[in-house]
Ligand binder design. Sequence first.
Ligand SMILES: Nc1ncnc2c1ncn2[C@@H]1O[C@H](COP(=O)(O)OP(=O)(O)OP(=O)(O)O)[C@@H](O)[C@H]1O
Ligand code: SF4
Ligand SMILES: [Mg+2]
Length: 349
Amino acid sequence: MMNAHVRTEASEAARPASSLLEVKNLTTEFRTERGTVRSLHSVSFGLGEGEALGLVGESGCGKSVTALSIMGLLPQPAGRIVSGEILFNGVDLTKLSDREMEAVRGKDIALIFQDALTSLNPVLTIERQITEAARRHLGLSPAAARRRAIEFLDLVGIPAPDKRISDYPHQFSGGMRQRVMIAMALVCGPRLLIADEPTTALDVTIQAQILELLQRLRKELSMALIMITHDLGVVAGIADRVNVMYAGHVVETGMVRQIFKNASHPYTAGLLGSIPKLDSIRGSKLQSIKGTPPDLANPPPGCPFTPRCSHAFDKCAEPPPRSSPEPAHAAECWLLEAGVNTADSRGLS
Ligand SMILES: Nc1ncnc2c1ncn2[C@@H]1O[C@H](COP(=O)(O)OP(=O)(O)OP(=O)(O)O)[C@@H](O)[C@H]1O
Ligand code: SF4
Ligand SMILES: [Mg+2]
């Protein structure tokens, strides 16, 4: 069969026209007692101004490490970026000093941590915590920082923000604390917000409200968003594009509809199960695929999905190249090179 797919350079496919963020061949490792763990393998993706990107994949696939690498917050001394570039507005963040990175963090790029509900300091008032960044990054006086903080607490839906700003974190419900975290992340007007599982600890109704809030704020503030989640419904509802991660690789990337309607990687197809319609996956979690991800200290040679893939063939013992089945859509699988459409052959084990 003729090869219907175009092999692409890692960073070429699915790259938005104007890139705010360009992650190029990012490789991140941890030194552990069991040896070196490679958590990210040559990860590449781009993000345009105001665009929303979903990062999905099973636990341990490298979603948080991607966020921490971008923020320069890898646990030290174990974690380090071994190679690659993280271009934000054309500046390579991997080359910045700690001090220069501190100026970017919180101001231009903000992160809502995976354990956001425990990230607030219990012994400081919300005012202390939310005004700190506004004073440091924006050079505001205490009174101006307080006014700005109240404005942002109001924006995220905290009732009576002028009074609640004097409260301590334990005086807020889980959903309200999450709103405070969002206000704190946004107070300096970042151009990129990274939200790492921001709703996982919340009940379903509150989750929906927080997601709606993030979606609204993203548009109002013209901010780009990287949404890390296990929930395909969240991706469908909020993201323009999706990166599917497996064992530290971005195995598939594309527009939301391309990923949900025309998954090209067997892992993505496995996550989606056999549900083809976007509407019907709203609120659904990742499907479980038999087996577990590989030990990152000792990954299989070639395609990391080989031990779990019912489509595996001899070629899969070599690392698959990135191929593009259609514009803005790319995947790392030998089946694409062979011209096989995984979407039509979802017989996963
Ligand atoms: N502090 C650390 N020390 C050693 N290895 C680490 C550390 N943090 C992460 N890793 C390694 O990096 C891999 C990716 O971790 P990461 O936290 O990015 O996963 P994740 O996709 O965010 O998972 P989850 O959905 O559970 O949050 C892990 O499987 C682990 O092997
Ligand atoms: S490269 Fe081979 S093992 Fe990997 S996903 Fe494709 S078919 Fe499966
Ligand atoms: Mg994580």
